[in-house]
Ligand binder design. Sequence first.
Ligand SMILES: C/C=C/C(=O)SCCNC(=O)CCNC(=O)[C@H](O)C(C)(C)COP(=O)(O)OP(=O)(O)OC[C@H]1O[C@@H](n2cnc3c(N)ncnc32)[C@H](O)[C@@H]1OP(=O)(O)O
Length: 796
Amino acid sequence: MLSRTLRKTLSSPVYRRAITSHLSSRTASLSPRLIAPPLSCAFQHHAFSTAVKADESASSSSPSSAPFVPSASRKYQYFTNVEVTPHGVAIVKFDNPTKKVNTLSFSVMREAQALWNEVAANPAVKSVVFTSAKDSCFIAGADIFDVSSVEDKSALVPVIEEALNFFLKIKEKGVPMVAAIHGPALGGGLEWALWCDYRICTDSSTTKMGLPEVKLGLLPGFGGTQNLPALVGVQKAMDMMLTGKDIRHDKAKKMGLVDLVVAPQCLESVAIQTAEGLANGSIKKSKPKAKSWMDRFIEDTPPGQYMMWNKIKEMVDKNTGGNYPAPYAIIDCVKYGLAHSSGLDKYKHEREEFAKLAATKESEALIGIFDAMTQQKKNPSKVDPIAVKKVAVMGAGLMGAGIAQVTAEKGYEVLLKDRDDTSLGRGINYMTENWEKKHKRKRMTKHQFDINCSRVTPLSDQTESWKRHFASADLVIEAVFENLDLKRKIIQQVEEVTPDHCVFATNTSAIPIASIAAPGPEVKRPQNVVGMHYFSPVPSMPLLEIIPHAGTSEEALATAFAVGTKQGKTCVVVKDVPGFYVNRCLGPILVEVSALVKEGVPLETLDKAMKKFGMPVGPITLIDEVGVDVASKVATFLASADLGKRMGGGDLSLMTNMVEKGWTGRKANQGFFTYSGKKDKKIGPEVKAYLKEFTGGKVSNMSEADIQDRIASRLVNEAAKCLEDEIIENPVAGDIGLVFGIGFAPFKGGPFRYLDAVGVSSYVDRMNGFASSLGEQFEPCQLLKDYAASGKKFHG
Ligand SMILES: C/C=C/C(=O)SCCNC(=O)CCNC(=O)[C@H](O)C(C)(C)COP(=O)(O)OP(=O)(O)OC[C@H]1O[C@@H](n2cnc3c(N)ncnc32)[C@H](O)[C@@H]1OP(=O)(O)O
């Protein structure tokens, strides 16, 4: 009988995804070099400097280490000068001039102490407003790269203690403090706001508040595990901290996270008036919202708490598979705080747990993913993309409609075209139903819903004006059937009616881009053709492979990358080879799965082993979900491509036979599993009989480790071979591609981080062992052998 909030949030797919996929946030790099020379203020302390010294070498490569030359009139590096209004409101504005976002780096925290000395010493100050001078961001959190650059993580304990002392010190002055938030207020940024007496945020769509530390394998260390539950209640706080999700202005107001929501134009003036009102007593300080009787029972009585913590633990176990230590540490800190509510011990416990988490390999891997995501946002092209306003999508099937949806959501004008009105109608329905769901779940306002709908112009061959519409398209993305002639015919149609600059992107998973773009009567502008390989379902899959062919212009590549990034995808540029990168790596796994099934490994055992390895679903369930027909086609195609022995060792008739029987997976309610209802699946008698025939009645009791290593090694080896053959540019792209493309265990950070962690040399030995007992398909690629011999690591 847990309250609705908790039940809903813990069982929501968002929660599950957040913990298992870690896909949504972004982070980036820190700048230890920015740490200023010791300040002469009384507050200046050893802790920040000590932690920094721990890894001074990291500073030189930091992207945020651009030199800052303070102007004569500006006193601080990370804050604008403090202004004090005639009514005694001190306005403190965060402003890191060398970065797009403000972060709480060691040096910022140290400078904050000097700044506070100035504020505290001014008797005219009666209240304080903390805000940002940047239009785009309040504070993105503690500087992640400061955290990761400290080699001995126990050195973080005194650093955080120093920050905590700072927050306690600013409270000590006893003047009311207002946080005025516009743009992201995340992690330590929101924690700063939680130390204030009043929080105001703007109603901008860019304003979001959250404690996403869990996605980095960390916990909120600036008092967040204590101050957030005290403000919004334990259940809502756990939801925020365990999912790391963003909270928008309306929900923030409803749950009591902020006191007031205003338009961006009014933020500063309202904040100043509020600060004045708090100082003169005309406005009351923010108080936690009154709890419902149910929430009081759950959060404040022993039986309620017992049930609540059991439920939370159960959900965390289920959703993390025990592979992520951070959620457990968050639970522990909140429980500890409830048991030691008075005194400062709870903060001590929190920072000690933070430092322990920061030292885990899981946190290192997750920070690696965020760093990689940030790096992948940078357009690799040397030229500017063309300015795209209008995007035409050809084909209104699931892929086309999904592409149109994410394109319209990001503000582009969209033309969605299919052959006839029936196919077009299906695509439009798909999109509007998705938007309706978002609207119902309050993730989209009615206004946004209407705007999105109005951005899409449906067109079919019967629409007389379609050619006129296409005359102003800047980018066409085709998502029609996988048929070379059809795709080339579409290019011909499009080239006739679009302007010369129009880029043509083809969404194919198998046909070489070079064949689609081969110059001829159908293709007159091959330089404009580029591959954009989306993953299904497009609205929720975060990855996009971008595939130039040899003749693709830099401008077309830059444009595809820019649009893909704006669509919210993490883009990886890959070579035009069969399967590109992600599907190419999937091929050897599919073969190995067929080999293991043939040897008699039970299907459930296979799934269980790979879930334990950290995959979001096991390979058998994965095949059923993507479709046995699709998986079979990919595997058969790759087996006939250039992978040679790396596609050997299995028996793909496992899947081709199933396709013939119509067992195409979940979509047909029958694949390896028989599905009834949303959750129920079992292995039916027909499949059992089929498997008995396929295996010759063999039953294997292979160890979990062997299953995991056999499947993972074929995947990892293929990823390394792709790096060797320059199909991917670097290990960062390789990690992101497989984490976001097939859900490779995020806490392992991707295949290359995994190899670094287990040691390439021992991995090569393990593969060689398999190769001698099972066959040459396990032979490690040359790059792995070279790394093993040299002891080199893929990441630093
Ligand atoms: C005890 C407390 C612990 C913590 O607080 S842990 C940190 C928790 N915070 C987060 O996890 C937030 C991470 N950041 C983000 O989610 C996104 O960023 C934003 C939503 C804030 C902004 O997104 P967008 O506008 O797309 O910018 P962008 O390309 O992601 O970042 C711009 C630059 O800002 C750097 N950056 C962002 N957040 C952090 C951070 N927390 N620490 C260090 N650097 C950060 C990036 O690297 C990049 O830098 P470059 O331009 O040099 O590539």
